[in-house]
Design a protein around this ligand. Structure first.
Ligand code: ADP
Ligand code: MG
Ligand code: ZN
Length: 481
């Protein structure tokens, strides 16, 4: 039987977080009262003229640089015509045949996914469907034009993605890159990072692309993965039963875990693109690009490489750290202050992440400071406190702003490493348990664990385990009871 393989291409719409809209001076803040961030330009009143927002173009170029794209010398805007109540002008200003960025790539776990293009456009408004049982019990829809005219960058991949997992990796990496260069907050729930997935299948080993469907309404990474998986299975079943995949747009429904047809190619829009007559083509100055290159920060891929090659972190740990820019910046600050990379990474990736998940907090909401992590790492590596005690200190630091040294003092956690002090405790424990010592000498070496436990109990867990082990070996070898 013929085996099929999936082919996936992703289109991402990312809100560029400029202060004002793409072609007017209105603010772009999310969550404002409906229709309070509008003006005649973004409402499409007659007689108004758009003005290009320079920051939008700068942000788009930065994305292009980060994705290793060619930045066009000249670029222009086009009108994409369609009629919908959330689009007051009856057209969207977009870019058709001269996008600002072309031919880049994103690397995911050593595989290059090519980026076909990235172009600027304006977002539409938002329809609020009151629905029959909705607002005021009526069946009308409301429209909020605050989002209308907010700048978007549409980033289109080549169909190089071959699994739902790769799609997830591509999206997380892209979102991370946009966050690192600080041009998009990447918030899926607020719609500032949206993804459409194009999926087709083809017999393994063939080159020709199969008929694709485009899936919309994906508002989480999990939804993207599930929808692609569903679509691969649906198409495979169709083809295996001798039917054909119909090229169409499908909507993902998170509730029933299925995609449903939205419109087919026959009904597809003819957008009648033509050059935007109200805006002149842009000539991108080389000097400007060079200035923007200088502003580029270290990108996720470079940072991971630095963590692995210079700081000797495990690749998986580097991945986890870099995935959160906040955590990774914090980690870098702790290292600069003198923390050991391995220790700092462990405390952040392990218990700190677990705490964030459990409390549903963002990293920037923590009272923890890079100094805290440095001090904690140092206290452990010097043997001042045990690993267990360090966990206790950290959980205090995660809950409330504090100081490591003061906490160790307050909680009485200083580890006892002094051989003289510990020798006394070990001898006392052995003397108090003569029958177990006798058993030990008869070959029941397991009781050694019992002694260890008793010593820890006697020192309230503060004894340095290495020193205890050494002393136990020494004293048991000589003790003749
Ligand atoms: P449109 O503008 O109609 O959405 P594009 O040619 O721009 O069409 O393609 C959109 C996306 O679909 C791109 O990410 C591309 O990689 C992907 N794509 C194109 N053909 C296929 C296919 N046969 N299977 C899967 N993905 C595809
Ligand atoms: Mg498309
Ligand atoms: Zn406006």
């Amino acid at each position: 039987m013929t085996e099929y393989e999936p082919v996936i291409g992703l289109e991402v719409h990312a809100h560029l977080k400029t202060k004002s809209k793409a072609f007017c001076g209105c603010p772009t803040n999310f969550g404002a009262e409906p229709n309070t961030q509008v003006c005649p330009v973004c409402l499409g009143m007659p007689g108004v003229l758009p003005v290009v927002n320079k920051s939008m173009v700068a942000f788009a170029i930065k994305v292009g640089l980060a994705l290793d794209c060619t930045i066009s010398n000249t670029t222009k805007f086009d009108r994409k015509n369609y009629f919908y109540p959330d689009l007051p002008k009856g057209y969207q200003i977009s870019q058709y045949d001269e996008p600002i960025c072309k031919a880049g790539h994103i690397t995911i776990k050593n595989k290059k996914i090519r980026v076909h293009r990235a172009h600027m456009e304006e977002d539409a408004g938002k329809l609020v469907h009151a629905g029959a049982a909705g607002l005021h019990g009526s069946d009308y829809s409301l429209v909020d034009y605050n989002r209308g005219g907010v700048p978007l960058l549409e980033i289109v991949s080549e169909p190089d993605i071959t699994s739902p997992e790769e799609a997830r990796l591509y999206l997380t990496e892209l979102r991370n890159i946009l966050r690192y260069i600080d041009v998009c907050d990447g918030n899926l729930e607020e719609g500032s990072f949206r993804c459409d997935a194009n999926v087709s299948i083809r017999p393994v080993g063939t080159k020709e692309l199969g008929t694709r469907t485009e899936i919309k309404n994906l508002n989480s990474f999990r939804a993207v993965q599930r929808a692609i998986q569903y679509e691969i299975e649906r198409q495979t079943t169709l083809v295996e039963s001798g039917e054909k995949v119909v090229q169409q747009t499908r909507l993902w429904n998170d509730g029933d875990g299925k995609t449903h047809p939205m419109r087919s190619k026959e009904e597809a829009h003819d957008y009648r693109y033509f050059p935007e007559p109200d805006l002149v083509p842009l000539v991108i100055d080389k000097v400007w690009i060079e200035e923007l290159v200088k502003q580029m920060p270290e990108l996720p891929e470079a940072r991971r490489r630095r963590y692995v090659t210079e700081l000797k972190l495990a690749p998986d740990d580097a991945y986890v750290l870099v995935e959160s820019k906040e955590m990774s910046d914090f980690f870098d600050r702790a290292i600069k202050l003198g923390a050991s990379a391995k220790e700092a990474a462990n405390w952040l990736i392990g218990p700190t992440q677990a705490y964030l998940k459990e409390q549903k907090l963002g990293f920037d909401e923590l009272p923890l400071t890079p100094e805290n992590v440095r001090d904690l790492a140092t206290a452990v590596s010097r043997g001042t406190i045990s690993n267990t005690a360090a966990k206790q200190v950290l959980s205090e630091l995660l809950a409330k702003k504090s100081d490591v040294v003061a906490l160790i003092e307050k909680l009485g956690l200083t580890q006892v490493s002094d051989e003289g002090d510990l020798r006394k405790v070990v001898s006392e424990v052995l003397a108090a348990n003569p029958s177990q010592v006798a058993e030990f000498h008869q070959g029941r070496t397991k009781v050694r664990q019992f002694f260890f436990g008793e010593i820890m109990k006697a020192t309230k867990g503060k004894a340095n385990p290495q020193v205890v082990n050494k002393l136990l070996d020494e004293i048991l070898a000589t003790a003749k009871i």
